[in-house]
Ligand binder design. Structure first.
Ligand SMILES: *[C@@H]1O[C@H](CO)[C@@H](O)[C@H](O)[C@H]1NC(C)=O
Ligand SMILES: *[C@@H]1O[C@H](CO)[C@@H](O)[C@H](O)[C@H]1NC(C)=O
Ligand SMILES: *[C@@H]1O[C@H](CO)[C@@H](O)[C@H](O)[C@H]1NC(C)=O
Length: 499
């Protein structure tokens, strides 16, 4: 009996011991998992989703840094080793790199071999031997100077695409040209529309239409007949229309495409909008302020304005402000254009002013904003409907002062607001301006984080929504029409109320 009891007790305690061991084992296993992190070992950054929303981190000095969160590792504050190679950024004065958009893979672009009359032909480049593109290893057709340059994005983007094919460092590229359109993320239409507008808008006596209008009509006819256009209804096409008056005819027919614009001023909302399109900076006209050693006190002018006061359309505020500010002694109004010596005078004026005024003109955007940024002159923006480049990854309130038009035209409001900004606040904005200024510079060859690369990245961020729109548009069009001329491609009817 006693023996039986003790043996059952031994069994029980053995069972208890067994339980304890199992529990210890489970606990240690959990602990091990936690310490190695999940998923263990086989972490592959390539398997992570492409970047979506930017996150702004504030650094200790109060200046924020914009970083596009790319993967779990970085979100956890872990090391950078999981990041892909193409990482865009610029360095602040302490040498710290601020990342502006981390691109997983280069954007793949198919560029039509449009007849040179649409692009470099407009620059008087004479194609030889049936070439469509200049051989950029031996010749880069020059772009005209003067005010034409403000809208020259078409030139820089096209050159960058051509350069991507001969790049000696393909891993550092944010964009590559692909020759097969079915491998492309987006389709690029290399029409230099701003140049066409600027140079060929005149109707000569023996013509009924300007060359600019002829080219646009030709483009619409040709483009809408391409299989790439028909496949997507144009939704994955990129069309450059930076001068507000460029593409004035064609845009009503090509609107499903992504436009690259200076602003939306001349566009109805259904033709162009922030969701669908991309805003690109003007190329600035004033000189860049290299090695800017100025400070709050050395910039003697408080507020600088360059431009004409009397503008049609939305520009009424200019006149009002002129009368409100003209008697303030440290406010400088400079009329006259940027032609001839105007650029030098404006450069001097902006380099020696603390704040530069940007007031809506004919359209909400103003090239002066980019002149102010290049001059590190803190922009004061009075333009309620302005849309700004890369605003999804850049917080302009860190280096610009925004004032509502209805407030700005109140007696004393603007001048008192500007005078109330302290030296410290101004200096912080000026430091930030120097940091972001490279994002607005156009270069060939493109540089890390310059305007060319920033625009490609803005376009890359449109790709997922473009793909979704294309897939949605196919919902009711998957019946292949027999005997269709283009070999059974699903042709999508021109969209009406699509967006
Ligand atoms: C283009 O790419 C598609 C899909 O990758 C492929 O099926 C097609 O054969 C390619 N066309 C050419 C001309 O290489
Ligand atoms: C700016 O400073 C750098 C280095 O100090 C120098 O190499 C460069 O020439 C300077 N640029 C101008 C425009 O003064
Ligand atoms: C659209 O459909 C294709 C297959 O044709 C698919 O690969 C792609 O992921 C879809 N796009 C989206 C955004 O769902």
């Amino acid at each position: 009996m006693a023996e039986k009891q003790s043996s059952s007790m031994a069994r029980k305690s053995f069972f208890g011991l067994f339980l304890v061991i199992i529990m210890l084992f489970v606990l240690s296993w959990l602990f091990l998992l936690r310490s190695t992190g999940l998923p263990p070992r086989s972490f592959d950054p390539k398997s992570l989703p492409i970047p979506k929303l930017p996150t702004v981190f504030r650094s200790s000095n109060g200046l924020s840094r914009t970083i596009l969160v790319n993967n779990e590792k970085q979100r956890d504050g872990g090391g950078r080793e999981g990041l892909p190679k193409t990482e865009q950024g610029f360095q602040d004065k302490d040498g710290a790199v601020t990342c502006i958009g981390i691109v997983k893979e280069p954007l793949k672009i198919f560029m039509y071999d449009l007849d040179p009359e649409f692009h470099f032909g407009l620059l008087n480049w004479k194609p030889q031997g049936g070439r469509v593109w200049p051989d950029i290893l031996t010749e880069i057709p020059p772009y005209p100077g003067g005010l034409n340059l403000q809208h020259s994005i078409e030139y820089w983007l096209t050159l960058d695409l051509l350069a991507s094919e001969i790049s000696d460092n393909p891993n550092n590229r944010v964009v590559i040209r692909v020759q097969n359109s079915s491998e492309a993320d987006l389709i690029f239409v290399p029409f230099f529309s701003s140049l066409s507008y600027n140079r060929f808008s005149k109707v000569n006596p023996h013509q009924t239409k300007s060359w600019n209008k002829v080219l646009q009509a030709k483009l619409v006819k040709w483009l809408t007949a391409q299989k790439e256009w028909k496949m997507s209804g144009g939704r994955d096409h990129v069309i450059l229309s930076h001068h507000p008056n460029s593409m004035i005819d064609a845009r009503m027919q090509l609107w499903p495409a992504i436009f690259v614009l200076a602003d939306f001023g001349r566009y109805p909302l259904n033709i162009a909008n922030v969701d669908k399109d991309v805003i690109a900076p003007y190329r600035h006209m004033v000189k860049s302020y290299a090695n800017d050693t100025s400070d709050f006190d050395s910039r003697k002018t408080l507020l600088f304005f360059q431009g004409s006061i009397y503008r049609k359309d939305g520009g009424f505020a200019r006149q009002e402000l002129f009368y409100l500010l003209k008697d303030e002694e440290d406010v400088h109004f400079s009329f006259g254009s940027l032609k001839n010596d105007g650029v030098n005078k404006a450069s001097q004026g902006m380099h020696s002013s603390k704040f530069c005024l940007n007031i809506a003109g004919d359209t909400p955007s103003s090239s002066r904003l980019f002149d102010a940024i290049a001059s590190h002159c803190v922009p004061v923006i009075i333009s309620d409907d302005i849309e700004l480049p890369y605003e999804d990854v850049l917080d302009y309130s860190e280096f610009c002062v925004f004032v509502r038009t209805s407030d700005a035209v109140k007696e004393k409001y603007l001048i008192e607001l500007i005078r109330s900004i302290s030296k410290e606040e101004w200096t912080q904005m000026w430091e930030k301006l120097k940091e972001v200024e490279p994002l607005f510079e156009y270069h060939y060859p493109a540089r890390n984080g310059d305007a060319v690369q920033m625009i490609w990245q803005s376009l890359a961020r449109k790709v997922p929504s473009v793909k979704m729109k294309i897939n949605k548009s196919r919902r009711f069009s998957n019946t292949v029409v027999p005997h269709q001329k283009d070999g059974g491609l699903r042709s999508i009817p021109a969209p009406k109320n699509f967006w």
